[in-house]
Write a protein that binds this ligand. Structure first.
Ligand SMILES: NC(=O)c1ccc[n+]([C@@H]2O[C@H](COP(=O)([O-])OP(=O)(O)OC[C@H]3O[C@@H](n4cnc5c(N)ncnc54)[C@H](OP(=O)(O)O)[C@@H]3O)[C@@H](O)[C@H]2O)c1
Length: 220
């Protein structure tokens, strides 16, 4: 599979390493252009670099891993018909206040899907630290395999993301559609905590929409 990556920071680079190790192709991009990504070529053997438009065109699947405040800068046209993996999280102190999120009326992925109206958005890779992606990946039968939550409206796009997770070293738990993805957003029990499949199901079920856990009980 060809995976375009928009956002070449911690998460974009970690996912690139995992998917390349699993035998896929990856093209990374950022806002400033490929000339600023030469170091990435040296650090991630096999990676390709391009503009965001190049990465969108390259990918059968496109990962979006940028500060959430910039999601409206993404081109819906370039991502039309693509499966878009959404790793983004909302941090009001970084992204500025977004009233509909602060009022628990929508989810980060629903906002992204509304903006990218022709894309098949899957919430995935948001509830794990970038370092942990590389540290916790395990082969299929490992007794200590970590599970990650996945949410999407489109069943085929969700199935593809679950398959990709398995290939790169993680079990998956289906957390429902994009409206349910608040269950593993920032400050929820399933957020950035290493859990196996059963424990992750419990953490997702225990989430309360209006209760944000204090800093320190989750790790990012
Ligand atoms: N770090 C983690 O452990 C972690 C874990 C889970 C989820 N997340 C979430 O994943 C997202 C990315 O986090 P990160 O830690 O990887 O961020 P980061 O290290 O700060 O990297 C952000 C990347 O996004 C690029 N970018 C910014 N605006 C862009 C735009 N409009 N178009 C294209 N590229 C753009 C930046 O490129 P330029 O420098 O050229 O602007 C940079 O390459 C955030 O929403 C974060 O909350 C992070």
């Amino acid at each position: 599979m060809r995976i375009g990556i928009i956002g070449a920071g911690f998460i974009g680079q970690a996912v690139a390493q995992l998917v390349i190790a699993a035998g896929h192709e990856a093209m990374l991009s950022n806002s400033r252009g490929p000339h600023t990504l030469k170091d990435v070529l040296a650090e991630i053997p096999g990676a390709q670099i391009g503009t965001t438009e190049d990465a969108a065109a390259f990918g059968d699947v496109v990962l979006v891993a940028i500060p959430f405040m910039h999601y409206q800068s993404l081109s819906a046209e370039w991502l039309e018909g693509k499966t878009v993996l959404d790793a983004n999280n909302y941090y009001p102190e970084r992204d500025g206040p977004i009233p509909a999120l602060d009022a628990f009326e929508t989810t980060t992925s629903r906002l992204l899907a509304e903006h990218l109206s022709g894309a098949l958005v899957v919430k995935v890779f948001n509830a794990i630290l970038a370092d942990d992606l590389l540290r916790d990946a395990r082969p299929g039968q490992a007794h200590d395999r970590r599970a990650l939550p996945v949410a999407a409206d489109d069943p085929a796009a969700k199935a593809l993301a679950i398959r990709l997770l398995d290939e790169v070293g993680f079990d998956a738990v289906d957390a429902g559609n994009l409206d349910e993805s608040w269950r593993f957003e920032r400050a929820k029990p399933a957020y950035c905590i290493p859990l196996n499949k059963e424990a992750l199901k419990t953490a997702l079920a225990e989430a309360d929409r209006r209760i944000e856990l204090p800093h320190g009980s989750w790790r990012h």
